[in-house]
Write a protein that binds this ligand. Structure first.
Ligand code: HEC
Length: 124
């Protein structure tokens, strides 16, 4: 291959990598770029940032386009700590036609949000 072709090849691979990271960022990348303190206070900020309450009622406030999340962390009819994590990681992997967007949350963002939801539930 000529140097020009090698250069073109590298550019194409680079562009494909960027497109891949934008469309479907791998978990290690999310965890690196979106690392947060997994505390309830941070979780409350994330719930604001991602506008979860535009669909869900949380701590008594928000829309009811989606299930009311009050009490969600106290649900006992399934291994809730596991299913909530799986759900927040990738809603469509669990329910293909769900209206809930994939926010591409990092693991620590998920822990922060669950810490916040648990705090909300324990205050009720
Ligand atoms: C565009 C609307 C929308 C937004 C915004 C949204 N969700 Fe959802 N969410 C849904 C819908 C709809 C469901 C119910 C699943 C279904 O039937 O598709 C759901 C389900 C859930 C569930 C599972 C509820 C259960 O009963 O198991 C959790 C937890 C949840 N969402 C958390 C969040 C969090 C946290 C955020 C913000 C980061 C968020 N959602 C933002 C629409 C939304």
């Amino acid at each position: 291959m000529s140097p020009k072709r090698i250069a073109a090849f590298i550019v194409i691979v680079g562009v494909l990598a960027v497109v891949w990271f934008l469309l479907s960022p791998p978990r290690f990348w999310l965890n690196m770029t979106k690392a947060v303190e997994p505390t309830a206070a941070v979780g409350a900020q994330l719930v604001e940032k991602y506008e979860c309450q535009s669909c869900h009622k949380i701590a008594g406030e928000g829309a009811l386009k989606a299930p009311n999340l009050d009490g969600i962390t106290r649900r006992s009819n399934d291994p809730v700590q596991v299913t909530l994590r799986l759900w927040l990681r990738d809603p469509r992997a669990i329910k293909g036609d769900t209206a809930m967007p994939d926010f591409r949350l990092s693991d620590s963002e998920i822990e922060a949000i669950l810490a916040y939801l648990s705090e909300v539930d324990s205050n009720q």
